[in-house]
Design a protein around this ligand. Structure first.
Ligand SMILES: Nc1ncnc2c1ncn2[C@@H]1O[C@H](COP(=O)(O)OP(=O)(O)OP(=O)(O)O)[C@@H](O)[C@H]1O
Length: 261
C-alpha cells in the first residue's frame, strides 16, 4: 500500500492562514481515496501542494519513493500525476480534440494547425496523438466523441468537466486527482462519473477525489480522509468515517456541504 503516494506532515501557510497543517496520509496503488471536509478545510490546497500548483511550506510529498515536494507542476505531471480543477480550466475557444491534445503535451512547437510543411515524423506523431485522444473519448458514453471538433465553449458544463478528465487521461498517468468532478452535474450525470471512476480503477489508475456529494463518496471510496480547518480529523472506510463524532461536528452548520442526498 505505502510507497505510492506518501504525504508527510504537510503544511501550507498563506500569510497567517494555515490552509493545511501537519497533514499526513498515504494512497496505495489502485486505491480510490476521497478527501472531504467543509468549505475552506484545505482540500484544494492539499491538491495544489501534491501537483506543484502551490509550494508546501512544510513537510514532504513522495511519489513512488521520490521527493516531489518542490518540483514544478509540469515535472509532477510528467512523473505520472494528473489533475482536474475545481473551476474548469479549459481553452474555451479551442475544440475538444485540441484541449485534450494539450493534456498530452502533444502539440508541437510548430502547432497543430500551422505546420503546412511538417516533416513526415511529425505528421505520424500527430496522427498517433489524435488516435489516442479518440480512444480516450470513447470512455465517455458517447458524450464527447460526437463533439470532438466542437469548441469547448459551446459544451454543457458537465461535458466540459468530462473534457478536463479526458485531458488527464490522454497521457496515461498513474495517479489522477479529481477536484469536485461532479460539481454542477445532475444525479444522472453524477452516476456516469461514478461509473467512470470505477472503470478507471479497473483500468489500473489510482484516484484521489475531492467531493462534496456524500452518496458518491460512500459509493466509490476505499478510504476517506477528512480535513477540517486544514487538519486531518479522521480517516477510514466511508461508513466508519461518517459515524465519527468529530466529522459530524465539523459538518454541523454546513449541512449544505454534507449534501447527504
Ligand atoms: N491562494 C490563497 N491565498 C490565500 N488564502 C488561500 C489561498 N488558497 C486557499 N486559501 C485559504 O486556505 C484555506 C483552505 O482553502 P481551500 O480552498 O484549500 O479549501 P477547500 O477545502 O478546498 O474548500 P472548498 O470546499 O470551499 O473548495 C481557506 O481559508 C482559504 O481561504
Amino acid at each position: 500500500m505505502s510507497g505510492f503516494l506518501e504525504i508527510e506532515r504537510l503544511g501550507k501557510d498563506y500569510g497567517g492562514v494555515k490552509a493545511v497543517h501537519d497533514v499526513s496520509l498515504t494512497v496505495g496503488e489502485g486505491e480510490i481515496v476521497s478527501l472531504i471536509g467543509p468549505n475552506g478545510a484545505g482540500k484544494t490546497t492539499l491538491f495544489n501542494c501534491i501537483t506543484g500548483t502551490a509550494s508546501a511550506s512544510e513537510g514532504q510529498v513522495r511519489y513512488l519513493g521520490q521527493d516531489i515536494t518542490h518540483l514544478p507542476p509540469h515535472r509532477i505531471a510528467e512523473a505520472g500525476i494528473r489533475r482536474t480543477f475545481q473551476h474548469i480550466r479549459l481553452f474555451r475557444e479551442m475544440t475538444v480534440m485540441e484541449n485534450v491534445l494539450v493534456g498530452a503535451h502533444l502539440t508541437t512547437s510548430s502547432g497543430i494547425a500551422s505546420g503546412i510543411l511538417r516533416p513526415a515524423w511529425q505528421k505520424k506523431e500527430e496522427h498517433a496523438a489524435r488516435a489516442r485522444v479518440l480512444e480516450v473519448l470513447e470512455q465517455f458514453e458517447e458524450r464527447l466523441l460526437p463533439r470532438v471538433d466542437q469548441k469547448v465553449k459551446v459544451l454543457s458544463y458537465a461535458n466540459q468537466r468530462r473534457v478536463e478528465i479526458a485531458r488527464c487521461l490522454v497521457s496515461t498517468p498513474r495517479l489522477i486527482l479529481l477536484d469536485e468532478p461532479t460539481a454542477g452535474m445532475n444525479p444522472h450525470e453524477t452516476q456516469g462519473i461514478v461509473e467512470l471512476i470505477f472503470r478507471l480503477r479497473d483500468a489500473g489508475y489510482t484516484l484521489l477525489v475531492v467531493e462534496h456529494k456524500m452518496r458518491l463518496v460512500m459509493n466509490v471510496s476505499d478510504r476517506v480522509v477528512v480535513l477540517d480547518h486544514g487538519e486531518k480529523i479522521a480517516e477510514g472506510p466511508p461508513a466508519e468515517v461518517t459515524e465519527n463524532p468529530a466529522v459530524i461536528e465539523a459538518y454541523l452548520g454546513q449541512r449544505e456541504n454534507a449534501a447527504i442526498e
